[in-house]
Design a protein around this ligand. Structure first.
Ligand SMILES: [Mg+2]
Length: 228
């Protein structure tokens, strides 16, 4: 029976693209005189393209985008530091994030987050969304010195919430790092697809597929035989 639900952060709880779009608008407004020829629309679209849903470090994205639009290359570091400090001010969760976590908690489940990323940056986002008060454990790869899909990180999270791995359900958007990683550690899984298809070159999806975050509640209730 499911006794703990563990979540990925970016693109699972945190609407990363929505948050980033909002931050970029703010940053563009403050630095536009030094960003070269790009209109805001062009700047934003190119940034999102270079960013690859967060998988390319911003230390690479800023020099590339400044170069592309003939901006002032000497401010790449400044833009990066600004991003690290202020992106969290634009953090927004997906619809029903808070209610979903509160509902799960009210049913006695342990809750946690496992995220790959920088400790300070991820902590700022976790706190900005109030997640620090909604979950029992947060594991950030830099602090833990382990990254998803490493099974040891999932095992550590299970231990942190005091639930055996087969009774943990992991929710994430990344097929390999999240879903196959959690499965490899012995957890149950649900993939939140975010409009994408499961990659053809990956092992098959071992668990459920969700469209929206709040569907987790029904999934857990069904597994626990709770009548609704
Ligand atoms: Mg993610």
């Amino acid at each position: 029976m499911i006794a703990a639900v563990l979540f990925d952060l970016d693109d699972t709880l945190l609407d990363r693209t929505g948050s980033l779009r909002s931050f970029l608008e703010d940053q563009y407004g403050r630095f536009s005189a030094r960003l070269g020829s790009a209109s805001f629309q062009q700047w934003q679209e190119r940034f999102l393209e270079l960013d690859q849903r967060g998988y390319v470090p911003k230390s690479e994205v800023y020099p590339k985008i400044l170069k592309a639009f003939g901006g002032d290359l000497s401010i790449a570091e400044l833009l990066l530091a600004d991003y690290s400090e202020r992106c969290c001010e634009h953090a927004r969760g997906f619809p029903h994030m808070r209610e979903t976590l509160e509902q799960l908690r009210s049913e006695g489940l342990q809750l946690g987050i496992i995220t790959n990323g920088w400790t300070l940056f991820q902590t700022r986002h976790i706190n900005a969304l109030g997640l620090d008060e909604l979950v029992d454990a947060c594991l950030i790869s830099e602090a833990e010195q382990l990254r998803k899909p490493d099974a040891r990180l999932f095992a550590r999270a299970g231990a942190r919430v005091g639930v055996s791995l087969q009774d943990c359900l992991f929710i994430g958007d990344n097929p390999v790092a999240d879903i196959l990683g959690a499965q490899g550690a012995g957890m149950q899984t649900a993939w939140i697809r975010r409009g994408l298809d499961w990659p053809a070159d990956a092992a098959p999806n071992p668990g459920d597929t969700l469209q929206e975050l709040h569907e987790v509640v029904e999934l857990v209730q069904d597994s626990r035989g709770v009548s609704r």
